[in-house]
Ligand binder design. Structure first.
Ligand code: S3P
Length: 186
């Protein structure tokens, strides 16, 4: 892994997996920044994701999202969380090959509890439970493909998940340092 600017970790997972909350907790613990591609898209467009879906459709949102992800992967050095569907884009998947990606997995029941009946997520309009079930079925293999590690979040508070992600990443960083500088090994 080269030393150019890159996120310390990239979090992926379906809506309700806790990516944004965990990213903030982890970033605070590391004293670094947390960035979220949904927020980047909204800031760049000056409108909400729901409005983008309604006005211009999902495909347009996906292209804005791809640009936001690539930009963040190249310019952010803290914790990065991706919108749940970003990994559907093959260009994004290819870019992620160069990064430490953690998949926050969540089962249907916890995901539904965490998302609640929020209408801020355009893909969940209608029956939240069946929409999330379909997304989980469709995307699970993709999350597993892009991630180097999976952290199971079911039944856990966000701070516990953040600690698990921190441990995984810190041990990967130590292993990487040991390989890069074998003379410093203790
Ligand atoms: C989406 C997830 C959302 C947001 C958009 C589409 C998806 O992000 O990008 O509503 O396709 O799963 P979160 O996963 O952060 O809620």
């Amino acid at each position: 892994m080269s030393s150019k600017t890159r996120p310390r970790v990239v979090l992926v997972g379906v809506m309700g997996s806790g990516k944004t909350t965990v990213a903030r907790l982890l970033a605070a613990q590391w004293g670094t920044g947390a960035r979220d591609t949904d927020e980047d898209v909204e800031a760049a467009e000056g409108r909400s994701i729901s409005d983008i879906f309604v006005d211009d459709g999902e495909q347009h949102f996906r292209s804005l999202e791809r640009t936001a992800v690539i930009d963040a992967l190249r310019s952010h050095d803290g914790v990065l969380s991706l919108g749940g569907g970003a990994v559907l884009d093959p260009v994004v998947r290819e870019e992620l090959r160069e990064h430490r990606v953690v998949f926050l997995s969540v089962g249907l029941s916890d995901a539904v509890k965490r998302v609640g009946l929020s209408s801020a997520r355009p893909l969940l309009l209608g029956n939240v439970r069946s929409q999330i079930r379909a997304l989980l079925e469709q995307r699970l293999p993709v999350y597993e493909q892009v991630a180097s590690t999976t952290v199971v979040t079911d039944g856990k508070e966000a701070d516990v998940v953040a600690r698990e992600v921190r441990e995984v990443i810190q041990s990967a960083e130590s292993a990487h340092r040991a390989v890069a500088q074998p003379e410093n090994r203790t």
